[in-house]
Design a protein around this ligand. Sequence first.
Ligand code: NI
Length: 266
Amino acid sequence: MDLNQEFFAPPKSIFDTHAHYDDERFDENRRELLNTLSEHGVGYIINNSTDLYGSAEKCLEMSAEHGFCYTAVGIHPEAVETKGTAVDEARLRELLKRPKVVAIGEIGLDYYWSTDRKEQQKAVFSRQCELANELGVPVIIHDREAHGDTLDIIREIRPKGSLHCFSGSREMALELVKLGMYIGVGGVVTFSNARKLVETVEAIPLERILLETDAPYLSPVPYRGKTCHSAYIYYTAMKIAEIKNISVNEVLRVTLDNAKELFSIK
Ligand code: NI
């Protein structure tokens, strides 16, 4: 893990709204890495589970051990493919009562991995959005090559929350903002082929942007291709600062406030 680089982020200025530190790629050095991140400006991390069992338990363990870790619990669309379509509502409700569980996620639609179980994915996603509304918690949404159906479900059920690793059009982002949603922006914005996302960031207010990694995936330039971690968010924030012609500290400050507000963290 590359942490020799100087990071200039002020203490507790970085809020990573979407990470997967339960991933086995972190098995070797998870504790050490998380302890180091807090020395590099990272103040808050939301680990997004991909199921309600093993992944959720691992995320909850990190929340218990590290003061700056929070958890989102939910059924990822890929889990719908491998583990079926049942939403264990009793389990989900129970998990949402645990300490530092702040959202239902990662949930959504993924038509890149599968196109033959669209209806099942939509049913599981919709049900979790309804539960989020009932329980008054935000959602963290995964949308991969499923923009139309994702937007339809959000329009219909009107959850509050974020579109993580946003990959839709500027027009879609503007509509989501009108619907009260936040747009999750990660390392992809630093890639040389990110024209569409750069246009989106330009068009939407900073007050609706959340920073994220999707660690261990999607490291920003200059670490593209390496295992990602939350301190690299500084490079994503630098890119957004350049696009919006403001300071990187302002990007960090406003996006931190956005995330604290959405996830009710003081
Ligand atoms: Ni994710």
